[in-house]
Design a protein around this ligand. Structure first.
Ligand code: ADP
Ligand code: MG
Length: 239
């Protein structure tokens, strides 16, 4: 291996460990603070004991989320991704994912539009569970980073013959042109993204990209800062 390649790999690994450390640090130190307060007499104080336990639980859930994302990523990057391919109706899957996100969307005053064209069926050949993960990530982003009051998230399909194009559009904050190419990087988040959702990990889109590429399909982002974002990806149709 060339010296410069080794150097690059080393710095890449350092960045990676630095990022993991940075993400784990906050919830761990928070838990430490809550537990110390409880041990310091908080446990006997009914006005805070429950609250501090609830906060502890929240931070633990956050740690679990980060660890699950890291696990997904390292499995996807280890090249031993085994896809569990099968035929399924993509319309039904989209409906399932929307149902799981509809409460969150309502809380954020965001409306999800999905025209199921009178229950049309389009069958694709893919790993259903992994495409579930892809759709959840993308629709969750559209809701989170969507417009804050009259947010609209739209999901639509385009028949391309052999493939089907799935499109997820929001009318939210968008991404500055110079950062768009970085969105698929692990841990990468824009400043606006960070301030909108301090709990994100920045791993979602890199997981999504890995999954789509493992299917030999493609994914694409278009975005206009302050106006909105559209993400499209393709899936192979099944007959
Ligand atoms: N629909 C979107 N609109 C605007 N920015 C987005 C959108 N989706 C993703 N981003 C930007 O890309 C970053 C990475 O997204 P992702 O990998 O899903 O991580 P997370 O959801 O944890 O922030 C986000 O933090 C945000 O800055
Ligand atoms: Mg995300």
């Amino acid at each position: 291996m060339k010296k410069s390649t080794i150097k690059k790999l080393e710095s890449y690994r350092r960045d990676y460990i630095g990022n993991v450390y940075h993400e784990l640090k906050t919830p761990i130190f928070n838990i430490q603070g809550y537990v110390l307060t409880l041990l310091d007499g908080g446990l006997e104080d009914p006005s805070i004991n429950r609250e501090y336990l609830l906060r502890t639980e929240k931070s633990i859930n956050r740690l679990i989320e980060i660890i699950e994302d890291l696990e997904s990523i390292s499995r996807l990057e280890s090249d031993v991704v085994t896809l569990n391919l099968g035929k399924f109706n993509i319309f039904t899957l989209v409906k399932e994912v929307i149902e799981l996100l509809v409460v969150k969307a309502k809380k954020r005053k965001n409306r999800i539009f999905f025209d199921d064209m009178n229950n049309t069926q389009i069958f694709v050949y893919a790993d259903r569970e992994k495409i579930h993960q892809v759709l959840s990530n993308l629709i969750d982003n559209a809701v989170k980073y969507g417009k804050q009051k009259d947010g609209e998230t739209r999901i639509s399909f385009l028949d391309m013959g052999e493939n089907i194009l799935v499109e997820i559009t929001d009318n939210g904050m968008g991404v500055e042109r110079k950062y768009i190419h970085r969105l698929f990087e692990r841990f990468y988040r824009t400043d606006e993204g960070r301030s909108r959702d301090p709990n994100g990990t920045g791993l979602g889109l890199s997981i999504v990209k890995h999954i789509i590429e493992a299917h030999n399909q493609s994914i694409n982002i278009r975005s206009t800062f302050g106006e909105g974002t559209t993400i499209t990806f393709t899936l192979k149709k099944a007959d």
